[in-house]
Design a protein around this ligand. Structure first.
Ligand code: AMP
Ligand code: MG
Length: 265
């Protein structure tokens, strides 16, 4: 089974990329494949934990209702919770604002042997901050290089960084926002700011596109995930994480001692 992926987003044009799964992929196939991926992922995660030399940082970005929470739930559910920490980034606190914008993301970056999952990230500082000019352009425009340097430092220190843009259409967002409003069990997820942000759809798309183009580096690639269907989004994200781990080739940890049968009575 083959998942379509967008692995060279350096010149990405987001409006040319479909938010829908390719027509030849069925939900059932994706589900079957996911089961297999899950087993391999769990095993390789164990090896990475045992080796304690490398780590993985997954960054999830996307518009409101794009499915960031769903993707976090899916990925953290697929992994051994012992080795995963999830951090969500909201409006910065006063203390955070009074530091440089990378201060708050550095500490939750993953330790050797572990996964960290970021639900939103330092990219908000070139997204919402740019769209609303929360800091002057002279300041946010330097951040692309600063992000690349920061991510390079993490990568040099043994962290594999994988960044996902969950790509939903404007029509799908409307459907999801309406669901949040109409379904009493989903209403809590609705934030009035979602409507305000939706009005800035094109500004956000331009900001995302620039972030993806300028910060798609060999040491921290971006992946644009067609995210109108949750089952496809989950399958592709899992597949990419598995391929990342396979590429890292964690070694099967050596046994701590050579146990012989006659040592066990
Ligand atoms: P949610 O993910 O729905 O809990 O919302 C988090 C909110 O925090 C979103 O509206 C983001 O735009 C906002 N946010 C996250 N990071 C920043 C940032 N660096 N500056 C300003 N707002 C931010
Ligand atoms: Mg929200």
């Amino acid at each position: 089974m083959h998942f379509h992926r967008f692995d060279e987003p350096g010149k990405v044009k987001l409006d040319k990329i479909s938010e829908e799964p390719p027509p030849n992929v069925t939900k059932q196939e994706a589900r079957d494949r996911l089961e297999k991926i899950g087993e391999e992922l769990f095993e390789l995660q164990g090896w990475m934990w045992g080796a304690h030399t490398h780590s993985v940082l997954l960054v999830l970005q996307g518009r409101d209702a794009a499915g960031k929470d769903g993707a976090v739930k899916h990925m953290s559910g697929a992994l051994n919770p012992r080795g995963v920490a999830v951090t969500s980034f909201g409006v910065p606190t006063q203390e955070e604002r009074e530091h440089d914008f990378l201060w708050r993301v550095h500490k939750p970056a993953p330790r050797a042997g572990r996964f960290a999952i970021f639900n939103r990230s330092h990219y908000e500082d070139v997204l919402v901050v740019r769209v609303h000019e929360l800091v002057p352009k002279s300041q946010w425009s330097k951040r692309y290089d600063q992000i690349n340097a920061f991510e390079h430092e993490l990568a040099d220190n043994g962290t594999r960084i994988v960044k996902f843009f969950l790509h939903i259409s404007k029509a799908e967002q409307k459907k999801r926002i309406l669901e949040r409003l109409e379904d009493p069990r989903k209403r809590w997820k609705f934030s009035p700011s979602d409507l305000e942000e939706r009005k800035r759809w094109d500004d956000y798309m331009a900001a995302y596109q620039e972030a993806i183009r300028r910060c798609n580096t060999p040491w921290a690639p971006w992946f644009v995930i067609p995210a109108n269907r949750n089952w496809y989004r989950n399958a592709v994200v899992s597949q990419i994480v598995l391929e990342t781990l396979e590429d890292m080739k964690p070694k099967l940890p050596a046994p701590k001692l050579d146990v012989r049968e006659d040592m066990i009575d």
